[in-house]
Design a binder for this molecule. Structure first.
Ligand SMILES: [Zn+2]
Length: 144
């Protein structure tokens, strides 16, 4: 479950073309996907200037995709609403294929959290991101 200081705001699904035979043979298709995911989340937090808590469920193989539940620090929700449009998920995702980018609905697929974290590989477990480059002024920021 998401950290209680955070409010889930977005359900997203990021997909990509099938990995090449070479990638599958090398076995690094998943790492490429997760590296790109880390870049995507770094861009999101820099653009929005808010703290994020993200759960990611991943599906491997020929239909690689990730479902994301993105939470924003509840104290920073107003800032997030103001900055929301500064981040374009289609531009930020390497492969530009964004199947969902919806307001979070706890009942998505029955139960959004169990859909993301149990029906898929729970890749990032309430992963926290801080928007500050240097020392964070926010008291209690536990990121880094
Ligand atoms: Zn911070």
């Amino acid at each position: 479950m998401m950290d209680s200081q955070y409010t889930p705001v977005i359900f997203g699904t990021l997909t990509q073309p099938n990995p090449s035979d070479r990638q599958l043979k090398r076995g690094d298709a998943e790492r490429l996907h997760t590296d790109e995911l880390a870049m995507f989340l770094a861009r999101a937090t820099m653009r929005w200037r808010v703290h994020l808590c993200v759960d990611v469920g991943y599906e491997d193989g020929f239909n690689q995709h990730s479902h994301l539940i993105i939470g924003v620090l509840t104290d920073e929700l107003d800032a997030w609403r103001r900055n929301r449009d500064r981040f374009d998920p289609r531009r930020a995702w390497r492969w530009h294929i964004v199947k969902h980018w919806d307001d979070y609905d706890p009942n998505h697929e029955g139960d959004c959290f169990s859909y993301v974290t149990k029906k898929h590989i729970h890749l990032l477990d309430s992963h926290l991101r801080c928007p500050q480059r240097g020392k964070c002024r926010r008291g209690g920021c536990s990121v880094k």
